[in-house]
Design a protein around this ligand. Sequence first.
Ligand SMILES: *[C@@H]1O[C@H](CO)[C@@H](O)[C@H](O)[C@H]1NC(C)=O
Ligand SMILES: *[C@@H]1O[C@H](CO)[C@@H](O)[C@H](O)[C@H]1NC(C)=O
Ligand SMILES: *[C@@H]1O[C@H](CO)[C@@H](O)[C@H](O)[C@H]1NC(C)=O
Ligand SMILES: *[C@@H]1O[C@H](CO)[C@@H](O)[C@H](O)[C@H]1NC(C)=O
Length: 323
Amino acid sequence: MKTNSSHGLHGASLCTPYLLLVPLGLLAALLVLPSLGPSNARSDGLGVLCGGAGADGYSVSSGDDEEKAAGTAPPPGAGTEEFSLLVGVLTMPSRRERRDIVRMAYALQPPAGAARVDVRFVFCNVTDPVDAALVAVEARRHGDILVLNCTENMNDGKTHAYLSSVPRLFASRPYDYVMKTDDDTYLRVAALAEELRGKPRGDVYLGHGFAVGDDPMPFMHGMGYVVSWDVARWVSDNQEILRHNDTHGPEDLLVGKWLSIGGRGKNRYSLKPRMYDLNWFMDNFRPDTIAVHMLKDNRRWAAAFRYFNVTAGINPSDLYHQP
Ligand SMILES: *[C@@H]1O[C@H](CO)[C@@H](O)[C@H](O)[C@H]1NC(C)=O
Ligand SMILES: *[C@@H]1O[C@H](CO)[C@@H](O)[C@H](O)[C@H]1NC(C)=O
Ligand SMILES: *[C@@H]1O[C@H](CO)[C@@H](O)[C@H](O)[C@H]1NC(C)=O
Ligand SMILES: *[C@@H]1O[C@H](CO)[C@@H](O)[C@H](O)[C@H]1NC(C)=O
């Protein structure tokens, strides 16, 4: 799709901050409480607020967890880190069961080589008091929650809030790439990292290209797409998008539109057919999957876990009585 809108998107000063910090009391508690549970589920989280700690979110990096916990992590590019990727899973506070499944799906994946990959669940303002309490506990336990200053929605600016907040939130330890995905997508992080490894680090827009007319990829399907840090920063710096009220509508199409107007994300890559929708019969899984989308109920997640041998990894034990 060619966008004919004439408004130019020029760099401008930073937008107002979009982050709504999880209550500060909670933060303070996080910083002083000893971690609970096993070391792979430490509560050193809300790293977003204290300089990029790994926490329980699926985080791949070679042995610098202690440094991160101590806030003395090296800057990006230093040491052995090959590149870094922030994965934002847009979801809603009430979808706790799904989030639990998705969290396990990330936690049980093989490492992504020397890439640093952090996964965060992204909400807008948590207004319901019950949700707020449960989200606070979840954030405390897992440290993988990101709450933005927006009203909960799917096609009314949440993606914009996410992409434009991230560059400020993580300014002290930027990522090379920022991904937006959903809670009905099973992302195979190592396969994605393998794709990113050889790609440019700048001006990148990668995902499942959605063809419109004779343009093979005017935008990337909302199941999951990656932009490089400079592109996220450009979105963040752009007052024009908000001024033109250009955040209402299908979020994936709009991201493509902004980038086309601004001439950004020119290094475009479509990972079709390795990113795809699971069909009705659940029989189109492929071994080289990067992302499979439309996992909208537990039955479909179960099929994915079986297909990708996540279930097969269970240790044999008399305790399970599995056939
Ligand atoms: C949050 O968003 C509201 C409405 O857009 C705005 O008035 C407020 O200043 C924002 N708060 C912060 C902390 O950015
Ligand atoms: C989010 O909640 C905060 C605190 O309740 C409020 O100041 C802000 O305006 C809200 N933002 C939006 C966009 O609703
Ligand atoms: C922005 O667009 C939305 C949806 O089209 C509309 O409801 C809203 O009133 C618009 N806001 C402004 C300030 O034009
Ligand atoms: C799952 O394991 C089976 C048996 O080892 C193997 O044949 C299959 O290729 C694996 N599937 C995937 C997606 O790796």
